[in-house]
Ligand binder design. Structure first.
Ligand SMILES: [Zn+2]
Length: 446
């Protein structure tokens, strides 16, 4: 009789449904088919026995990644980004619709994206499309072509071919998306408030921070909430930095408004007080704020007001980061952290009493749910056999030379981090650099 499983993983510590337990996991045809108490499964042709120092996590799902291919592949491409993702324990990512040429605001552009990604990905990849002024008529064709949802900006995106929408246009998009059941991801900074302040230049981080006060975010978050309330469409606030906005989001959710929110590893780990003048590796928008703000973001995760933690991997060339001049006005606003997100978050989370079960919910289960990827993000029967084997008590010092991002510029250089990704398993097989097996994901039903 043939074995019931292609692979059985015996894990004394597996994270299932937000808690660690000793489990044996049976896998057939790349899917999880059985999750049982440890040692209870029949033998299989391949067996992996994990030691007590390793935790089996669901493969992480990163729903906020900018891959700049085609067009700006010298910033980051599918091969390099997905290799870095795999090294960081991520088995699925969703690509953002800007920073490539063309931007993903039409079905032609989506086809160009998919063609660029095809055969180059080490992990599974889905796509968000853009909602920009004038492309309302493209939302339905893009949805039918399989995008997982849409992204818009309320402020300048930094690129002319992805202009911001105004509050009315955001509402129109939300009304259309309500019928699809997919989210509108919103970069929530107010264009009007930002324009009134103007951009800072020079090396002082305090000046850069002062030019992006919390109010710029707070105003926009209020607009997003009211648009979701009026339309009933699901609005998702990306990369929230201002903790001031948390009570607004909490009260809207109590009232049944369909709004969710994410934050990023850098807002949970770094603080304005520690950023040296000229340290443009730390420039992102919205900015990294004060230590007290960081603690309130952690409270937001504890209270469930913040739903998920994703990288906002936003790469550029090293030259664009202006590391030489240290000019915050001229530097690219974006932080690359695909490979480091899990240890960065875990290093901070463990001190605050969180478990790897919490981390798996923030970084796998909920991003998968946001993107409608029903077979991803959990260790449970019927899910893809995607795993991250993580040694939570080991530590390492970040050496940029070991990053697979196209450009190893990182604000974490030299940081001592807790937690080492030992293996990444995609649909039952280890990810191997020489053999990209990632699939291009489309919305279910597309
Ligand atoms: Zn982004």
């Amino acid at each position: 009789m043939a074995d019931a499983f292609d692979l059985v993983i015996h894990a004394p510590r597996a994270v299932c449904d937000g808690a660690e337990a000793a489990r044996s996991i049976g896998i057939a045809d790349g899917r999880i088919v059985a999750v049982e108490p440890a040692g209870s499964l029949a033998p299989a042709s391949r067996v992996v026995e994990l030691g007590p120092d390793a935790v089996l996590l669901p493969g992480l799902v990163d729903s906020h990644v900018h891959i700049c291919e085609p067009g700006n592949t010298e910033w980051e491409g599918f091969a390099t980004a997905t290799r870095a993702a795999a090294a960081g324990g991520i088995t699925t990512l969703v690509d953002m619709p800007l920073d490539s040429l063309p931007t993903t605001v039409s079905t032609d552009a989506l086809h160009a994206k998919r063609a660029a990604a095809d055969g180059r990905c080490h992990v599974d990849v889905g796509f968000w499309a853009g909602a920009v002024p004038g492309n309302l008529g493209q939302l339905t064709p893009l949805h039918e072509a399989g995008v997982l949802g849409f992204k818009c900006f309320l402020a300048d995106s930094g690129t002319d071919d992805f202009p911001p929408v105004n509050a009315g246009q955001m509402e129109q998009a939300l009304s259309v998306l309500r019928g699809f059941g997919t989210p509108l991801l919103v970069h929530a900074e107010s264009a009007e408030a930002a324009a009134a302040i103007g951009e800072a230049s020079g090396r002082r981080y305090a000046d850069y921070l002062a030019s992006h006060p919390r109010g710029v975010e707070n105003l926009a978050v209020a607009q997003v909430i009211e648009a979701a309330r009026r339309t009933g469409g699901h609005a998702h606030i990306v990369h929230l930095s201002s903790s001031d906005a948390l009570p607004m989001i909490a009260s809207a959710r109590r009232e049944g408004v369909p709004v969710t929110a994410e934050t990023c590893p850098h807002y949970l780990a770094l603080t304005a007080e520690e950023i040296a003048d000229g340290a443009t590796a730390c420039k992102c928008s919205p900015p990294i704020r004060e230590a007290a703000n960081r603690e309130l973001l952690w409270d937001g995760l504890r209270d469930g007001v913040l739903d998920l933690v994703v990288s906002d991997h936003s790469p550029s060339t090293a030259a664009m980061k202006e590391l030489g001049s240290g000019d915050f006005g001229a530097a690219w606003g974006g932080i690359s952290s695909l490979q480091l997100g899990l240890p960065v978050v875990w290093t901070q989370a463990r001190h605050r009493g969180f478990t790897l079960g919490d981390v798996a919910v923030w970084m796998a289960e909920r991003p998968a749910r946001l993107a409608g990827l029903s077979g991803k993000g959990r260790i449970a029967p019927g899910y893809d056999a995607d795993f991250c084997v993580f040694a939570p008590d080991e530590s390492f010092t970040v050496d940029p030379a070991r990053l697979h991002h196209r450009h190893p510029v990182t604000p974490y250089a030299g940081h001592r981090l807790r937690g080492v990704v030992r293996d990444t398993i995609l649909r039952g097989e280890p990810v191997e650099a020489a053999h990209p097996r990632g699939r291009l994901l489309a919305r279910r039903g597309a």
